[in-house]
Design a protein around this ligand. Sequence first.
Ligand SMILES: [Ca+2]
Ligand SMILES: [Ca+2]
Ligand SMILES: [Ca+2]
Ligand SMILES: [Ca+2]
Length: 375
Amino acid sequence: METGRTRIAKRMRVGLCGFTPFLSALICLVLTPVFAAVPGLPFTEDFTSTHLCDISQTTADWNTRDEAALLARISSYGEPSVSTMQGSDLSLDQCLTCSIAVGDVDGDGDLDVIAGNCGQTNRLYLNNGTSSPFSGVTGTDISSDQQSTLSIALGDIDGDDDLDLVTADYQNGVRLCFNNGTADPFSPANTTTLSSNEYATTSVALGDLDGDGDIDLATGHRYYEANRVYLNNGTTEPFAGVVGTAFSSAGYDTFSLTLGDVNGDGRLDVVTGNRGQCNRLYLNNRTPNPFTGVTGSNISWDDDMTTAVTLEDMDGDADLDLVVGNVGQCNRIYLNNGSWNPFAGVIGSDISSDTDETDGPTSSLGTMLLRTDST
Ligand SMILES: [Ca+2]
Ligand SMILES: [Ca+2]
Ligand SMILES: [Ca+2]
Ligand SMILES: [Ca+2]
């Protein structure tokens, strides 16, 4: 595995070339002799491929595929500074984190991080407002509960202008953690369980599904539970008395779901990621009961072991495409065909030949893409 030191060494070398277009960068890469490391910085990793480097001068790890990706990125976005490319620990916690969410939960204008953990307490990390936003930050438990939280989402579900937290706890359904509006925003006293929600909850997503201005909830479940939507009642107890509406029959092994207006009609649609089954699209019917009578459709014939789905406009044509993460199989992309039924007839393609184990629910993949866009 590439280490932080290896990445620093690579970027030092690439940065010395001083290119912007990809082609000149590649020529520079091939023709330019390997530079020595700047004194004081580590340059100690071993090469696994030696055809692009002078092994008499360096032993840094060199992976042409990774390097090509980096060069293409630099061509598009410019040379990142070394500081933006270095990872740093988000506290000293070593948790079994299945999902993360980012948002300003304490209302001080900077983005904070919440980690949803399996068999451990979920943790909050408040941004310190500096250029090293989590340096010295110690996480805090959101509650003392130790659930198998597989998915989390942030949204102002009670309409009081602060971000509330919703968690999918596998054995215990959905928890609603209402923000109390202070610098210590979550407390057990302001936490409730979505009582009508059942076992085997794997994923949650928030969005205004019925177009009435408040934030609704969609939940995904493993095979013995139907996936559901819960329409916000517009009060400070937004899901009290609300009965979920199944938008898929039981039997789908749903590990993730995501919301997005895939056909451009102004309403949010739902995509579910299923393990060993076709992923599914459910188009909003634009009524006050947006998924009543909606049967959904398969997205291609692929029946991969999907655990993560996200919608982003990947090809820049102003419609949402689907990116899918699979366990032990190639991750795939499905490009929106621009029609009212945007994945009908769409055949996906592998993102690469990698068959790594992409695991985790929707927000994991979504966050990865968000981070790539912002750096
Ligand atoms: Ca903050
Ligand atoms: Ca709120
Ligand atoms: Ca709504
Ligand atoms: Ca697109």
